[in-house]
Design a protein around this ligand. Structure first.
Ligand code: AMP
Ligand code: MG
Length: 314
C-alpha cells in the first residue's frame, strides 16, 4: 500500500487487484500518469478509461448523478458495475481519460483498490493490466508475465474474485444502455430499476470491450464445439463432455458443476493456460447465455473473432 501510494504520487503506474480483474492504475488527474497507462498497454489513445472512486462524494465531484444513476450506485457499488455519466468540467480529471468525451465512465471497486483510492484522495484511471487486445489478467503472475518489464509494482491480491470486467451501463435521459456485459448480470440491474436495458447499436463511443477482436489468445478459438479434435485443446463447461474429449492433450473445465459464477472467475486463467499448452486451436463447449453467461459468451466471441489489426483495442 505504501509503495503503491508513493508511486502514484510520483505519477507512476501500479498494477492492483480489484474484484473484476487486475487493473493498471494511475492518477486520473495527472496527464503523465495517464499517458503511462496507455503506453504500458499499447492502448490506442482514442479509447477512454474508467475512472475509479472510493466514495460517492468523490464520484459526485466528477460526474452528474440523476436519480437513476444514484439508485444504481446505491445498489451495486462498490462492485463490478461501471456507469457512464455526464462529466463535470470541474472534475480535474485529465482529458486523456475520457478521450475528450463529455461523459465519463466511473466505478467504485471493492477491497484493496477502494482503500488505495481512499488514501490517495483522487480518482485512479485503471484499465485492465494487460497488453491491449490480450486476455485480461486475474492473477499477479499473469500481470507480471505480460507487463512485468514495463511497470514497477504489481500488488499481489491473489486471484480476483469475479474474474470478468465490469458491466458498463450508460445512463442517458432516463434510459439505460448496456455498453458491455460484465460482472453484474443484466437481469440484476433490470430488477433493481424495473426497466429493460437497451442493447445494440448506439451512436457515439463504443466500449473497446465491444470491438470485434479482444481478449485474444495466440491460439484460434472455436466456439460452441459439438466435438473436439485430438490436436485441439478443450475448454469445457459442466458435467458432460463433447465427443473426442478423451483424446485431447489439454482440457480445463470452467465449472464441472455448471456454475456460471465459477466459470466467470476461471475464464481468463483457463484461456491463458490452454493457450500455453501449445494447441493451435481451443475448442469451447457451449455455455448458457443467461446471467453471467452473457458476459462469458461475449468475451469468448471476441477471443474467437478474426484479428484484423485495426479492430484490436484494449
Ligand atoms: P477497460 O478499462 O479496458 O475495461 O475498458 C474501459 C471501458 O470503458 C471501455 O470499454 C471504454 O470504451 C469504456 N468507456 C470509458 N469511458 C467511456 C465513455 N465516456 N463512454 C462510453 N464508454 C466509455
Ligand atoms: Mg481491458
Amino acid at each position: 500500500m505504501e509503495r503503491a501510494l508513493a508511486l502514484l504520487g510520483a505519477g507512476e503506474v501500479v498494477a492492483i487487484p480489484t474484484e473484476t480483474v487486475y487493473g493498471l492504475a494511475g492518477d486520473a488527474t495527472n496527464g503523465e500518469a495517464v499517458l503511462r497507462i496507455f503506453e504500458a498497454k499499447g492502448r490506442p489513445r482514442f479509447n477512454p478509461l474508467i475512472a475509479h472512486v472510493a466514495t460517492m462524494a468523490m464520484a459526485e465531484q466528477v460526474a452528474v448523478f440523476d436519480r437513476l444513476a444514484r439508485r444504481l450506485a446505491a445498489a451495486f457499488w462498490p462492485g463490478p458495475l461501471t456507469l457512464v455519466l455526464p462529466h463535470r468540467a470541474t472534475s480535474g480529471i485529465h482529458p486523456l481519460v475520457t478521450a475528450g468525451l463529455d461523459t465519463i465512465a466511473l466505478r467504485m471497486p471493492k477491497g484493496f483498490g477502494a482503500e488505495l483510492i481512499g488514501r490517495f484522495g483522487r480518482p485512479l484511471a485503471a484499465p485492465s493490466a494487460n497488453s491491449s487486445g490480450r486476455i485480461s489478467p486475474t492473477t499477479v503472475e499473469a500481470v507480471a508475465t505480460d507487463l512485468g518489464g514495463r511497470i514497477k509494482l504489481v500488488v499481489n491480491g491473489g486471484a480476483t474474485s469475479v474474474g470478468l470486467e465490469s458491466t458498463i451501463v450508460k445512463v442517458e435521459n432516463g434510459r439505460l444502455h448496456l455498453l458491455r456485459p460484465g460482472g453484474v448480470p443484466a437481469a440484476d440491474i433490470e430488477e433493481v430499476v424495473g426497466m429493460a436495458l437497451l442493447r445494440g447499436a448506439k451512436s457515439g463511443i463504443q466500449a473497446p470491450g465491444m470491438m470485434a477482436s479482444h481478449y485474444a489468445p495466440n491460439a484460434a478459438v472455436r466456439l460452441n464445439a459439438a466435438h473436439v479434435e485430438p490436436h485441439e485443446a478443450l475448454l469445457a463447461f459442466g458435467p458432460e463432455r463433447v465427443p473426442g474429449a478423451g483424446e485431447v492433450a489439454a482440457m480445463l473445465n470452467l465449472s464441472p458443476c455448471g456454475d456460471l459464477r465459477e466459470a466467470a472467475s476461471n475464464l481468463f486463467s483457463h484461456l491463458r493456460a490452454l493457450d500455453g499448452s501449445g494447441a493451435k486451436t481451443i475448442a469451447v463447449e457451449p455455455i448458457p447465455v443467461d446471467g453471467l453467461g452473457e458476459a462469458i459468451n461475449d468475451r469468448l466471441a471476441r477471443a474467437a473473432a478474426p484479428r484484423s489489426g485495426i479492430d484490436v483495442v484494449t
